[in-house]
Design a protein around this ligand. Structure first.
Ligand SMILES: Nc1ncnc2c1ncn2[C@@H]1O[C@H](COP(=O)(O)OP(=O)(O)OP(=O)(O)O)[C@@H](O)[C@H]1O
Ligand SMILES: [Mg+2]
Length: 363
Protein backbone atom coordinates (compact mmCIF):
# COMPACT_ATOMS: atom_id res chain seq x y z
CA UNK A 1 0.00 0.00 0.00
CA UNK A 2 1.53 3.26 -1.07
CA UNK A 3 1.42 6.10 1.37
CA UNK A 4 1.90 8.71 -1.31
CA UNK A 5 1.44 8.37 -5.01
CA UNK A 6 2.21 10.80 -7.81
CA UNK A 7 0.46 9.53 -10.89
CA UNK A 8 1.57 11.10 -14.20
CA UNK A 9 1.96 14.55 -12.69
CA UNK A 10 3.00 17.47 -14.89
CA UNK A 11 3.81 20.87 -13.40
CA UNK A 12 4.17 24.01 -15.50
CA UNK A 13 4.79 27.64 -14.70
CA UNK A 14 3.20 29.46 -17.63
CA UNK A 15 4.52 27.55 -20.60
CA UNK A 16 7.65 26.38 -18.79
CA UNK A 17 7.23 22.67 -18.03
CA UNK A 18 9.17 21.89 -14.86
CA UNK A 19 8.12 18.29 -14.19
CA UNK A 20 6.67 16.14 -16.95
CA UNK A 21 4.65 12.96 -16.44
CA UNK A 22 6.14 12.27 -13.02
CA UNK A 23 5.06 9.04 -11.30
CA UNK A 24 6.30 7.83 -7.93
CA UNK A 25 5.02 5.68 -5.09
CA UNK A 26 6.27 6.20 -1.54
CA UNK A 27 5.81 3.16 0.70
CA UNK A 28 4.35 3.27 4.18
CA UNK A 29 7.02 3.87 6.84
CA UNK A 30 9.95 4.42 4.52
CA UNK A 31 12.38 7.31 4.30
CA UNK A 32 12.49 8.18 0.65
CA UNK A 33 15.09 10.63 -0.61
CA UNK A 34 14.53 12.79 -3.65
CA UNK A 35 17.81 14.11 -4.97
CA UNK A 36 18.42 16.28 -7.97
CA UNK A 37 20.29 19.36 -9.08
CA UNK A 38 18.99 22.84 -8.31
CA UNK A 39 15.96 23.74 -10.41
CA UNK A 40 14.94 20.19 -11.36
CA UNK A 41 11.54 20.60 -9.72
CA UNK A 42 11.85 19.12 -6.22
CA UNK A 43 10.15 21.98 -4.36
CA UNK A 44 7.48 22.17 -7.07
CA UNK A 45 6.62 18.54 -6.30
CA UNK A 46 6.44 19.30 -2.56
CA UNK A 47 4.17 22.27 -3.18
CA UNK A 48 1.93 20.13 -5.39
CA UNK A 49 1.75 17.45 -2.71
CA UNK A 50 0.96 19.99 0.01
CA UNK A 51 -1.79 21.63 -2.02
CA UNK A 52 0.00 24.94 -2.58
CA UNK A 53 0.42 24.46 -6.32
CA UNK A 54 -1.98 22.85 -8.78
CA UNK A 55 -0.35 20.51 -11.29
CA UNK A 56 -1.41 20.82 -14.91
CA UNK A 57 -1.94 17.11 -15.26
CA UNK A 58 -2.11 14.00 -13.15
CA UNK A 59 -3.39 12.66 -9.84
CA UNK A 60 -1.94 12.72 -6.31
CA UNK A 61 -2.92 10.26 -3.59
CA UNK A 62 -2.15 10.53 0.14
CA UNK A 63 -2.85 7.44 2.23
CA UNK A 64 -5.04 6.07 -0.58
CA UNK A 65 -7.15 9.22 -0.76
CA UNK A 66 -7.22 11.04 -4.05
CA UNK A 67 -6.31 14.58 -2.94
CA UNK A 68 -5.70 16.07 -6.36
CA UNK A 69 -6.92 15.16 -9.80
CA UNK A 70 -6.89 17.50 -12.72
CA UNK A 71 -9.25 15.31 -14.71
CA UNK A 72 -11.70 14.62 -11.89
CA UNK A 73 -11.47 18.21 -10.65
CA UNK A 74 -10.50 17.18 -7.15
CA UNK A 75 -8.36 19.55 -5.11
CA UNK A 76 -8.32 19.05 -1.34
CA UNK A 77 -7.20 22.02 0.76
CA UNK A 78 -3.72 21.95 2.34
CA UNK A 79 -5.16 21.55 5.90
CA UNK A 80 -7.14 18.45 4.96
CA UNK A 81 -4.12 16.76 3.41
CA UNK A 82 -2.64 16.33 6.89
CA UNK A 83 1.04 16.46 5.95
CA UNK A 84 3.87 17.77 8.07
CA UNK A 85 6.08 19.88 5.83
CA UNK A 86 9.43 21.41 6.70
CA UNK A 87 9.82 24.03 4.02
CA UNK A 88 13.07 24.92 2.36
CA UNK A 89 12.89 28.69 2.48
CA UNK A 90 11.27 29.51 5.79
CA UNK A 91 11.62 27.31 8.81
CA UNK A 92 9.60 28.87 11.63
CA UNK A 93 7.69 32.08 12.30
CA UNK A 94 10.00 34.62 13.92
CA UNK A 95 7.22 36.43 15.82
CA UNK A 96 5.95 33.30 17.60
CA UNK A 97 7.55 31.52 20.54
CA UNK A 98 8.75 27.95 20.17
CA UNK A 99 5.56 26.75 21.87
CA UNK A 100 3.28 28.80 19.63
CA UNK A 101 5.11 27.73 16.49
CA UNK A 102 4.67 24.08 17.33
CA UNK A 103 1.07 24.57 18.54
CA UNK A 104 0.04 26.47 15.41
CA UNK A 105 -1.17 23.54 13.26
CA UNK A 106 -3.17 22.20 16.22
CA UNK A 107 -4.79 25.56 16.97
CA UNK A 108 -5.72 25.85 13.34
CA UNK A 109 -7.50 22.52 13.58
CA UNK A 110 -9.28 23.79 16.74
CA UNK A 111 -7.76 21.10 18.94
CA UNK A 112 -8.75 21.41 22.66
CA UNK A 113 -6.18 23.24 24.77
CA UNK A 114 -5.21 20.31 26.99
CA UNK A 115 -4.63 18.15 23.91
CA UNK A 116 -2.51 20.90 22.33
CA UNK A 117 -0.39 21.04 25.47
CA UNK A 118 0.21 17.33 25.42
CA UNK A 119 1.03 17.12 21.70
CA UNK A 120 3.35 20.13 21.77
CA UNK A 121 5.21 18.64 24.70
CA UNK A 122 5.54 15.30 22.91
CA UNK A 123 6.74 16.89 19.67
CA UNK A 124 9.35 19.01 21.46
CA UNK A 125 10.53 15.95 23.32
CA UNK A 126 10.97 14.08 20.03
CA UNK A 127 13.35 16.74 18.75
CA UNK A 128 15.04 17.27 22.14
CA UNK A 129 13.80 20.84 22.58
CA UNK A 130 12.01 20.47 25.92
CA UNK A 131 12.64 23.55 28.06
CA UNK A 132 12.76 25.97 25.13
CA UNK A 133 8.98 26.58 24.96
CA UNK A 134 9.18 30.29 25.77
CA UNK A 135 12.19 31.06 23.58
CA UNK A 136 11.76 33.17 20.48
CA UNK A 137 13.34 31.86 17.24
CA UNK A 138 15.99 34.61 17.26
CA UNK A 139 17.30 33.19 20.54
CA UNK A 140 17.94 29.78 18.97
CA UNK A 141 20.78 28.41 16.88
CA UNK A 142 20.13 27.39 13.27
CA UNK A 143 20.04 23.73 14.25
CA UNK A 144 17.57 24.37 17.07
CA UNK A 145 15.31 26.33 14.73
CA UNK A 146 15.30 23.42 12.31
CA UNK A 147 14.38 21.08 15.15
CA UNK A 148 11.45 23.33 16.05
CA UNK A 149 10.39 23.27 12.39
CA UNK A 150 10.40 19.49 12.54
CA UNK A 151 8.41 19.54 15.80
CA UNK A 152 5.85 21.75 14.07
CA UNK A 153 5.69 19.31 11.17
CA UNK A 154 5.06 16.56 13.73
CA UNK A 155 2.04 18.36 15.17
CA UNK A 156 0.64 18.63 11.64
CA UNK A 157 1.10 14.92 11.13
CA UNK A 158 3.20 12.24 12.69
CA UNK A 159 2.19 10.05 9.82
CA UNK A 160 3.82 11.72 6.83
CA UNK A 161 6.56 14.33 6.93
CA UNK A 162 8.10 16.07 3.96
CA UNK A 163 11.43 17.76 4.51
CA UNK A 164 12.61 20.07 1.76
CA UNK A 165 16.35 20.69 2.24
CA UNK A 166 15.96 20.86 6.00
CA UNK A 167 19.62 20.94 6.89
CA UNK A 168 21.54 22.71 4.14
CA UNK A 169 22.39 25.67 6.32
CA UNK A 170 23.81 23.65 9.18
CA UNK A 171 27.47 22.95 9.79
CA UNK A 172 28.81 19.44 9.20
CA UNK A 173 28.51 18.28 12.80
CA UNK A 174 24.95 19.53 13.28
CA UNK A 175 24.04 18.06 9.93
CA UNK A 176 25.22 14.62 11.02
CA UNK A 177 23.25 14.97 14.26
CA UNK A 178 20.09 15.95 12.38
CA UNK A 179 20.32 12.93 10.11
CA UNK A 180 20.53 10.69 13.18
CA UNK A 181 17.55 12.44 14.72
CA UNK A 182 15.44 12.04 11.61
CA UNK A 183 16.26 8.33 11.62
CA UNK A 184 15.32 7.97 15.31
CA UNK A 185 12.10 9.88 14.72
CA UNK A 186 11.17 7.49 11.96
CA UNK A 187 11.94 4.48 14.14
CA UNK A 188 9.92 5.81 17.11
CA UNK A 189 6.87 7.01 15.23
CA UNK A 190 7.00 4.92 12.02
CA UNK A 191 6.54 8.13 10.12
CA UNK A 192 6.74 8.03 6.35
CA UNK A 193 9.36 10.61 5.41
CA UNK A 194 10.20 12.24 2.11
CA UNK A 195 13.59 13.86 2.39
CA UNK A 196 14.44 16.30 -0.37
CA UNK A 197 17.93 17.53 -1.00
CA UNK A 198 20.65 18.15 -3.55
CA UNK A 199 23.10 16.58 -1.14
CA UNK A 200 23.40 13.08 -2.54
CA UNK A 201 25.66 11.91 0.28
CA UNK A 202 23.16 12.79 3.00
CA UNK A 203 20.34 11.13 1.05
CA UNK A 204 22.28 7.91 0.49
CA UNK A 205 23.24 7.82 4.16
CA UNK A 206 19.76 8.45 5.54
CA UNK A 207 17.18 7.03 3.17
CA UNK A 208 15.81 3.55 2.54
CA UNK A 209 15.40 4.40 -1.14
CA UNK A 210 16.63 7.34 -3.15
CA UNK A 211 15.13 8.86 -6.30
CA UNK A 212 17.64 10.59 -8.55
CA UNK A 213 16.20 13.32 -10.75
CA UNK A 214 17.82 14.77 -13.84
CA UNK A 215 17.92 18.54 -14.43
CA UNK A 216 14.90 18.20 -16.74
CA UNK A 217 12.74 16.78 -13.92
CA UNK A 218 12.78 13.16 -15.10
CA UNK A 219 13.52 10.35 -12.69
CA UNK A 220 16.60 8.49 -13.85
CA UNK A 221 16.97 5.98 -11.02
CA UNK A 222 15.14 4.75 -7.93
CA UNK A 223 16.97 2.41 -5.61
CA UNK A 224 18.71 1.66 -2.35
CA UNK A 225 22.07 3.25 -1.64
CA UNK A 226 23.74 0.03 -2.81
CA UNK A 227 21.80 -0.02 -6.13
CA UNK A 228 22.76 3.55 -6.84
CA UNK A 229 26.40 3.35 -5.79
CA UNK A 230 27.11 -0.07 -7.34
CA UNK A 231 24.85 0.16 -10.36
CA UNK A 232 24.35 3.78 -11.42
CA UNK A 233 21.70 3.75 -14.16
CA UNK A 234 23.52 6.14 -16.45
CA UNK A 235 26.38 8.54 -16.79
CA UNK A 236 24.47 11.34 -15.10
CA UNK A 237 23.93 9.28 -11.93
CA UNK A 238 27.55 8.11 -11.93
CA UNK A 239 28.75 11.68 -12.07
CA UNK A 240 26.17 13.03 -9.65
CA UNK A 241 26.91 10.71 -6.75
CA UNK A 242 30.65 11.08 -6.41
CA UNK A 243 33.96 12.26 -7.79
CA UNK A 244 34.36 10.71 -11.20
CA UNK A 245 36.68 10.37 -14.17
CA UNK A 246 35.49 9.71 -17.69
CA UNK A 247 37.97 8.28 -20.19
CA UNK A 248 37.26 7.52 -23.84
CA UNK A 249 38.01 3.85 -24.61
CA UNK A 250 38.11 1.81 -27.82
CA UNK A 251 37.89 -1.84 -28.77
CA UNK A 252 40.17 -3.11 -31.50
CA UNK A 253 40.67 -6.74 -32.48
CA UNK A 254 39.70 -7.99 -29.04
CA UNK A 255 41.89 -5.53 -27.18
CA UNK A 256 40.77 -2.52 -25.18
CA UNK A 257 42.59 0.80 -25.22
CA UNK A 258 42.31 4.10 -23.43
CA UNK A 259 42.66 6.98 -25.87
CA UNK A 260 42.46 6.09 -29.50
CA UNK A 261 45.66 7.82 -30.52
CA UNK A 262 47.81 6.00 -28.01
CA UNK A 263 47.86 2.42 -29.17
CA UNK A 264 50.27 1.35 -26.46
CA UNK A 265 47.71 2.08 -23.75
CA UNK A 266 46.00 -1.33 -23.82
CA UNK A 267 44.33 -2.02 -20.48
CA UNK A 268 42.46 -5.25 -21.19
CA UNK A 269 42.89 -8.22 -23.51
CA UNK A 270 39.42 -9.58 -23.00
CA UNK A 271 36.13 -7.80 -23.02
CA UNK A 272 35.55 -5.92 -19.76
CA UNK A 273 32.20 -6.41 -18.05
CA UNK A 274 29.66 -3.91 -19.31
CA UNK A 275 31.70 -2.76 -22.32
CA UNK A 276 29.46 -1.54 -25.14
CA UNK A 277 30.79 -2.90 -28.46
CA UNK A 278 30.27 -1.12 -31.74
CA UNK A 279 29.80 2.35 -30.28
CA UNK A 280 32.11 5.08 -29.03
CA UNK A 281 32.41 4.32 -25.36
CA UNK A 282 33.62 6.05 -22.22
CA UNK A 283 34.81 4.46 -19.03
CA UNK A 284 33.51 5.98 -15.81
CA UNK A 285 35.82 5.37 -12.89
CA UNK A 286 36.17 6.61 -9.31
CA UNK A 287 39.53 7.99 -8.12
CA UNK A 288 39.84 5.20 -5.52
CA UNK A 289 39.38 2.56 -8.24
CA UNK A 290 42.49 3.56 -10.18
CA UNK A 291 45.47 1.69 -8.81
CA UNK A 292 49.14 2.46 -9.39
CA UNK A 293 50.74 -0.64 -10.86
CA UNK A 294 54.21 -0.60 -12.44
CA UNK A 295 53.31 -3.68 -14.52
CA UNK A 296 50.42 -1.98 -16.33
CA UNK A 297 51.04 -0.90 -19.94
CA UNK A 298 48.79 2.12 -19.36
CA UNK A 299 51.17 4.88 -18.38
CA UNK A 300 50.57 8.39 -17.12
CA UNK A 301 52.55 11.21 -15.54
CA UNK A 302 51.76 12.56 -12.08
CA UNK A 303 51.18 16.30 -12.38
CA UNK A 304 50.09 16.93 -8.81
CA UNK A 305 50.35 14.99 -5.55
CA UNK A 306 48.57 16.27 -2.43
CA UNK A 307 48.10 14.68 0.96
CA UNK A 308 44.54 15.30 2.16
CA UNK A 309 44.83 14.04 5.72
CA UNK A 310 43.28 10.62 5.25
CA UNK A 311 44.29 9.95 1.66
CA UNK A 312 46.63 10.97 -1.11
CA UNK A 313 45.12 12.77 -4.08
CA UNK A 314 46.93 12.71 -7.42
CA UNK A 315 46.31 14.20 -10.83
CA UNK A 316 47.73 11.99 -13.54
CA UNK A 317 48.07 13.12 -17.16
CA UNK A 318 47.26 10.39 -19.61
CA UNK A 319 46.91 11.09 -23.32
CA UNK A 320 45.11 14.41 -23.57
CA UNK A 321 43.33 14.14 -20.25
CA UNK A 322 43.95 14.37 -16.58
CA UNK A 323 42.67 11.69 -14.20
CA UNK A 324 42.10 12.01 -10.51
CA UNK A 325 43.52 9.11 -8.54
CA UNK A 326 43.27 8.54 -4.81
CA UNK A 327 45.22 6.23 -2.53
CA UNK A 328 44.11 5.52 1.01
CA UNK A 329 46.55 5.64 3.92
CA UNK A 330 46.30 1.86 4.03
CA UNK A 331 47.46 1.50 0.40
CA UNK A 332 50.31 3.85 1.15
CA UNK A 333 51.66 1.57 3.87
CA UNK A 334 53.67 -0.25 1.18
CA UNK A 335 56.14 2.61 1.65
CA UNK A 336 56.22 3.44 -2.05
CA UNK A 337 56.08 7.18 -2.62
CA UNK A 338 54.68 8.70 -5.78
CA UNK A 339 55.98 12.12 -6.70
CA UNK A 340 55.08 14.86 -9.13
CA UNK A 341 56.71 14.31 -12.53
CA UNK A 342 56.92 10.54 -12.09
CA UNK A 343 55.58 8.14 -14.75
CA UNK A 344 53.25 5.55 -13.29
CA UNK A 345 51.37 2.48 -14.53
CA UNK A 346 47.57 2.55 -13.99
CA UNK A 347 45.14 -0.30 -13.48
CA UNK A 348 41.33 0.11 -13.44
CA UNK A 349 38.90 -1.57 -11.05
CA UNK A 350 35.08 -1.56 -10.92
CA UNK A 351 34.87 0.58 -14.01
CA UNK A 352 31.52 1.32 -15.71
CA UNK A 353 30.92 1.91 -19.40
CA UNK A 354 28.68 4.48 -20.99
CA UNK A 355 27.76 5.39 -24.53
CA UNK A 356 30.04 8.33 -25.33
CA UNK A 357 27.42 9.89 -27.59
CA UNK A 358 24.72 9.71 -24.98
CA UNK A 359 26.04 12.90 -23.40
CA UNK A 360 25.92 13.51 -19.73
CA UNK A 361 22.19 13.77 -19.44
CA UNK A 362 19.84 11.24 -20.91
CA UNK A 363 17.00 12.98 -22.73
N1 LIG B 1 6.65 30.50 -8.78
C1 LIG B 1 7.38 30.21 -9.86
N2 LIG B 1 7.16 30.82 -11.04
C2 LIG B 1 7.88 30.52 -12.14
N3 LIG B 1 8.85 29.60 -12.18
C3 LIG B 1 9.12 28.94 -11.05
C4 LIG B 1 8.41 29.22 -9.83
N4 LIG B 1 8.90 28.39 -8.86
C5 LIG B 1 9.88 27.67 -9.44
N5 LIG B 1 10.01 27.99 -10.75
C6 LIG B 1 10.96 27.37 -11.71
O1 LIG B 1 10.73 25.97 -11.73
C7 LIG B 1 11.92 25.25 -11.77
C8 LIG B 1 11.96 24.26 -10.63
O2 LIG B 1 11.98 24.95 -9.40
P1 LIG B 1 12.00 24.19 -8.02
O3 LIG B 1 11.97 25.23 -6.96
O4 LIG B 1 10.92 23.18 -8.01
O5 LIG B 1 13.42 23.47 -8.08
P2 LIG B 1 14.24 22.66 -6.96
O6 LIG B 1 14.55 21.34 -7.55
O7 LIG B 1 13.48 22.69 -5.69
O8 LIG B 1 15.59 23.51 -6.83
P3 LIG B 1 16.53 23.80 -5.55
O9 LIG B 1 17.36 22.58 -5.35
O10 LIG B 1 17.34 24.96 -5.96
O11 LIG B 1 15.63 24.10 -4.39
C9 LIG B 1 13.04 26.28 -11.77
O12 LIG B 1 13.47 26.46 -13.10
C10 LIG B 1 12.38 27.52 -11.23
O13 LIG B 1 12.99 28.67 -11.75
MG1 LIG C 1 13.87 23.45 -3.83
Amino acid sequence: MAKIKFDHVTVKYGNHTVVKDFSLEVKEGEILGIVGPSGCGKTSLVRSLGGFLNPDEGDIYISDNLVYSKKKRINRSPETRRLGIVFQDYAIWPHLSVYDNVAYPLKKRKTPKAEIDKLVRQALEQVRMTGYEKHMPAQLSGGQQQRVAIARALTSSNDIIIMDEPITNLDAKLREGMLDEIRVLQQNLHTTIIYITHDQEAALQLCDRVVIMEPNGNICQIGTDEDIIERPANRFVFKFIGVSNFIPVVEEKGKYYVYQAKKELCYAEKKPKGFISGKPSVMGIRPMDIVFDDESPVKGVITQAVFLGTLFNYFVKIGGAELRVQRSMLDSLDGREYKEGETVGLRFLNEKYYDAEEGEVRK
